[in-house]
Ligand binder design. Structure first.
Ligand SMILES: [Fe+2]
Ligand SMILES: [Fe+2]
Length: 397
């Protein structure tokens, strides 16, 4: 049992320390930070032998954190009606108790195994208490005005922190919802375009995964490492489903024609890259800002049919003048077309597709990326199997 402090001994570590704790508390961004501050710094400020932080949890009081000379009730929950923290929160006022065994608000059986003789319970957020801070003494002690003031300040700061934590969580939830809605819309739009010429929308799921696998493997190699970081790869992954969005503007007689396209039809078909690019640019204009997402989505839509040798479309760009995102998508898109059934062709085996891509290094595709592809071709096959359109269209081993 701790001895009573000598008269005149300072039980705080100074006004600066209090300010520091109050500031830390009010700036906490999570409940765990609030707990840590209570655990590590509150007790010396008050000069108590124990401090607890109690959260209201429905009709229970949850003793969430403590710092004391011997264990109190950390982790336990008591009915609001049955503990001093509950009384303090329900009555919106502090409970200042000099002798706990003389006070009917105290559940004596819960206190008997502890060191506590005197205590103060301070509600957090007086108007609508959501928590309480308890201070405990191992000797009989009537809390002084100064101690009550410090406790009150800590409670006020904790109230600010808890309100902020609530707001931050709400904000995070809203951001997450927006992000999820965005992803779902991108997927829906992407697969809408694909389902017009494919039986299923799995092509968009697969191509975005091939592209990510290729980018993940390429990021450790020059010259790609300078252009590929986690964030860029994540944006490429998210915008990849929009690569063929322009196909919604291609008439069925061209898009669904089983035979060979005439020169005129082929020209119409090729326009899907510009239609897609324009649609995404339009969306970005509406937003009033071209975020990395829109920038890369436009790049991929416009450049995924360019060829390394300059014979592609629409601009006839060559070599690394073609955006990296478009060069990645070109390999992903062609691999998937080769191993899948289309209206105009059967699927070919994975090994044959790998050979075709190998033979196109430096012609249709960036030779450096083809090297990367050859290293991870198994991953492409696994992705194709995992997101197969139906068993018959899976690549043969
Ligand atoms: Fe395309
Ligand atoms: Fe595609």
């Amino acid at each position: 049992m701790q001895a009573k402090p000598e008269p005149g001994r300072s039980y705080t570590t100074g006004a600066e320390e209090i300010e520091e704790r109050v500031l830390q508390l009010s700036m906490a961004r999570g409940l765990d930070e609030v707990f840590a501050i209570v655990r590590e710094g509150a007790r010396p400020l008050i000069g108590a032998d124990g401090v607890t932080f109690i959260l209201r949890d429905g009709d229970k009081c949850h003793y969430a954190e403590e710092d004391a000379i011997s264990p109190l009730w950390k982790g336990m929950r008591f009915p609001m009606q049955n503990c001093v923290s509950g009384w303090s929160m329900l009555n919106r006022q502090p409970a200042i108790i000099e002798d706990i065994y003389a006070d009917p608000r105290v559940p004596h059986e819960a206190y008997r195994p502890t060191f506590v003789k005197s205590m103060v319970m301070m509600p957090v957020r007086r108007d609508d208490p959501v928590a309480a801070i308890g201070a405990y003494w191992s000797y009989r002690h009537l809390a002084t005005e100064a101690e009550l003031r410090i406790l009150q300040r800590l409670a006020n700061a904790a109230a600010v922190a808890i309100t902020n934590v609530g707001l931050i969580n709400e904000l995070k939830r809203a951001q997450q919802e927006t992000e999820q809605a965005k992803d779902a819309i991108i997927m829906a739009l992407g697969s809408l375009a694909e389902t017009r010429d494919n039986e299923t929308g799995n092509h968009v799921l697969r191509t975005q995964r091939y592209v990510r696998a290729l980018a993940d493997a390429a990021r450790h190699r020059a010259p790609y490492s300078a252009q590929l970081d986690d964030e860029t790869i994540a944006v490429i992954f998210k915008s990849a489903p929009l690569h063929d969005i322009g196909k919604v503007g291609i008439p069925d007689r061209v898009l669904l024609k089983p035979g060979r396209l005439s020169a005129r039809e082929y020209a119409i078909m090729k326009s899907h890259v510009e239609i897609g690019h324009a649609a995404i640019a339009n969306a970005a204009r509406h937003l009033g800002a071209c975020t990395p997402f829109f920038e890369i989505a436009q790049e991929i839509a416009l450049s995924h049919h360019e060829r390394w040798d300059g014979a592609g479309y629409p601009q006839g760009l060559a070599g690394d003048a073609i955006p990296l995102s478009g060069r990645l998508m070109a390999i992903a898109d062609v691999y998937d077309a080769l191993v899948s059934v289309r209206v105009y062709k059967d699927a070919i085996p994975h090994a044959d597709a790998v050979e075709i891509i190998r033979s196109e290094a430096g012609r249709q595709f960036d030779p450096g990326l083809v090297d990367v592809f050859l290293e991870i071709a198994d991953e492409f096959e696994a992705i194709h199997r995992r997101f197969a359109d139906d068993p018959e269209t899976r690549p043969r081993a």
